[in-house]
Design a binder for this molecule. Structure first.
Ligand code: GLP
Length: 250
């Protein structure tokens, strides 16, 4: 596991964008696994700037997103499809038909999960999977549990996740209680995983993910079993890891 320590959110975002751009340049038709949340927004801004400057093309790139709220339409301003359109896809030369997000409105959510698993498998899984980190250690919407779930599945969101995401909705009651999320199977099948984290409120989750026991209590800890994980964090997010004496790249 390679860990990059960056000064702040801007530097974290630049580093993450560099790593994604390197993948796209090396493999123009790569499959990118993409994430939502506030953490990747700066990364996407950097990628948009490179695309606009003519230094990076997404023309052949295919994407698979991690998750979607159950019950939100793609046009809902808090849906993850809408997030991806407004924070990345609408601003770069990616082809709409090459972007994939689970359908939160599918009448049969379990069938949609099975379709999504088959789709990601048919693309050969992600060449690079970008991940944010929940404050409770979740990845995608794989919440702390007594077991890991391999397949894409419908998940009940925990109170802590509903609290954390309530800031994006008018009221806490508006936050969907369920989501469709890739399981850890698809995430672990990615060739490379890029985990990004910023801010002191991620320090415990990041420490547990990198240094703690591998446990479904901290879903991100399963990444310790992946052979090619890059962590990019800022000083606030990485401070416990640095204090523990883990070696980091500066
Ligand atoms: C959501 C997403 C995750 C994301 C997490 C952290 O719950 N499903 O994929 O990593 O939030 O969000 P943020 O980056 O806003 O802290």
């Amino acid at each position: 596991m390679r860990i990059y320590l960056e000064a702040d959110y801007a530097a974290m975002s630049r580093r993450a964008a560099n790593l994604i751009a390197a993948e796209v340049i090396r493999r123009p038709n790569c499959v990118l696994g993409l994430a939502t949340g506030s953490t990747p927004i700066g990364t996407y801004e950097n990628l948009i700037a490179r695309n606009r400057a003519g230094d990076l093309s997404f023309r052949e790139v295919r994407t698979v997103n991690l998750d979607e709220y159950k019950g939100l339409a793609p046009t809902h301003d808090q849906s993850y499809r809408y997030f991806m359109q407004t924070n990345l896809f609408d601003h770069v030369d990616i082809l709409p038909e090459n972007t994939n997000v689970p359908d939160g409105l599918a009448a049969d959510a379990d069938a949609e999960c099975a379709r999504y698993d088959a789709l990601v498998a048919s693309l050969g899984y992600a060449d690079l999977q970008l991940l944010g980190l929940g404050r409770n250690g979740h990845i995608g919407f794989n919440e702390p549990d007594d077991h890991f779930t391999k397949e894409t599945h419908v998940v009940d969101l925990t109170d802590s996740t509903i609290d954390a995401n309530a800031r994006f909705f008018a009221t806490r009651d508006d936050v969907p209680r369920q989501a469709l999320t890739m399981g850890v199977g698809c995430i672990m099948a990615a060739r490379r995983v890029l985990l990004i984290a910023s801010g002191a409120d991620k320090a415990d989750a990041l420490y547990n993910a990198v240094c703690g026991p591998i446990s479904p209590n901290c879903p991100a800890s399963i990444l310790q079993l992946h052979g090619d994980v890059v962590v990019v964090g800022d000083e606030a997010a990485l401070h416990r890891i640095v204090e523990a004496g883990v070696s980091v790249c500066r």
